[in-house]
Design a binder for this molecule. Structure first.
Ligand code: ARG
Length: 462
């Protein structure tokens, strides 16, 4: 048991208590961030004359050595230490002696852990942003290739109106575009450095908190020391953003699963992204999409967990907050994994354009356009709706589609119909006529694709 405290205790900690209290099993994940924070702290202490230049150099060298050895596997982070902070400090003292004992001057584990978690979360936000950004590129590429790939659009999972694959993909582009924006917003809002808040009430040392913040690439130092050590809003915001990303991935997965089903056959998942059955030789299952859909639950769970942990905490630091880590780490790894795998699956997905188009031709997806035709010829919409309803009924009885009715059959139901009805309800017309902003008309969608490209290009430069 290696602890940073003990002076005022007369008894050893019970082993079970020690195990229950320890966080080394999971906070070792941010050893690099912990050391990065310590380095900045030490540089600031020296600049303020609290440590000598020599002590600073010794400590920095010691800390660099620890990172190097852990990375190379020559130094193992073991359960012998209570947490990552104790591990680093004990190791430092072992390496450089007394100077190491000064590392923790003007600092508490409360502001230290708040910093470590922030640095970790900020790094992970950057990685998540990259992954979402890449996915946006994949989606926009599919959009560009499929401006005129017709397919049925659904409401209630019933065929509704025809649209294009570009348009359908475009809806997902918007979702992930918002996700991307959310990640950027969170990063902006959280980007203030809590170090120097001490245990809760700052310190009496003449720290330069703005300098530490600057060294760690924060926009500035946090404004209230109690809030600094007890704020986990950014963890909650990130979990919420990831829950939304997962929800989007899950909906997309669900569609791919449906489209990949024997009944639909709109897509074929690449062999590299499918799995087989141990008993049924014919099977090719969409396991990746199913797992992404399934793992959404874990990320939601992490969000609910931290919200619940935080809800009853009085100011300032409470040990409950140690619970912010494990599930958050898991949720981050899960979301990153899902984004990467989903992207790969989507990029290699084969769209069966002929099946999609055939499906759009059946199922009366042009019924609204037939009603619009009547409206354009002076029939009030409500009456037009009724007339087309009768056309559909007629077709259903005969087992044909609207395009297959003869003009006489049309005229029997309404004399308003003329030869140009066929043109008006053709799949191409139905889609091409939809040219208002946000609609599937290929000309509008092309503009969207170009706009997306410009955005992606601009972002890449940043
Ligand atoms: N392991 C702790 C955590 O994750 C570090 C902070 C400990 N602070 C304390 N006062 N015990 O929150």
């Amino acid at each position: 048991m290696a602890q940073l405290w003990g002076g005022r205790f007369t008894k050893e900690t019970d082993q079970l208590v020690y195990n229950f209290n320890a966080s080394i099993g999971f906070d070792q994940k941010f050893y690099e961030q912990d050391i990065r924070g310590s380095m900045a702290h030490v540089k600031m202490l020296a600049r303020q004359g609290i440590l000598t230049e020599q002590e600073k150099e010794q400590i920095l060298e010691g800390l660099e050595g620890i990172v190097k050895d852990v990375k190379e596997g020559t130094l193992e982070i073991t359960a012998e230490y209570e947490d990552i902070h104790s591990f680093v400090e004990a190791n430092l003292i072992e390496r450089i002696g007394d100077a190491g004992k000064k590392l923790h001057t003007g600092r508490s584990r409360n502001d230290q852990v708040a910093l470590d978690m922030k640095l970790y979360v900020r790094d992970e936000i950057d990685e998540l942003k990259e992954l979402v950004f890449h996915l946006l590129g994949t989606i926009n590429h599919i959009m560009e290739e499929n401006l005129e790939t017709y397919m049925p659009g659904f409401t209630h999972l019933q065929k509704a109106q025809p649209l294009t694959l570009a348009h359908h993909m475009g809806a997902y582009y918007e979702m992930f575009y918002r996700d991307y924006g959310r990640l950027k917003d969170i990063r902006e809002r959280m980007n203030y450095c809590p170090l120097g808040a001490g245990a809760l009430a700052g310190t009496t040392y003449p720290l330069d908190r703005e300098y530490t913040a600057q060294l760690l690439e924060f926009k500035g130092a946090t404004r209230n020391s109690m809030d600094s050590v007890s704020d986990r809003d950014y963890v909650i915001e990130l979990l919420s953003a990831m829950a939304t990303i997962m929800m989007h991935l899950s909906r997309f997965s669900e569609e791919i699963i449906i489209w990949n089903s024997n009944e639909y056959q709109f897509v074929e998942i690449d062999d590299g992204y499918s799995t087989g059955s141990s008993i049924m030789p014919q099977k090719k299952n969409p396991d990746i999409a199913e797992l992404v859909r399934g793992k959404t639950g874990r990320v939601y769970g992490a969000l609910m967990s931290i919200l619940t942990t935080m809800k009853g905490l009085p100011l300032a630091y409470n040990k409950d907050m140690q619970e912010d880590k494990e599930l958050t780490f898991d949720a981050i790894d899960t979301t990153k994994g899902c984004l990467a795998l989903f992207d790969g699956m989507l990029a290699t997905l084969q769209f069966k354009k002929d099946v999609m188009e055939r499906s759009a031709r059946n199922g009366f997806t042009n019924a609204t356009d037939a009603a619009d035709y009547l409206v354009n010829h002076g029939v009030p919409f409500r009456d037009a709706h009724g007339i087309v309803g009768r056309l559909v009924l007629f077709c259903l009885e005969k087992g044909i589609s609207l395009d297959e009715m003869t003009l006489d059959e049309y005229k029997n139901i309404s004399p308003v119909f003329e030869e140009d009805i066929y043109e008006a309800i053709s799949l191409k017309t139905c889609v091409e006529k939809r040219v208002t902003k946000g609609a599937p008309g290929p000309a509008v969608m092309k503009e969207t694709v170009e706009e997306n490209k410009r955005f992606l290009e601009e972002e890449r430069k940043k």
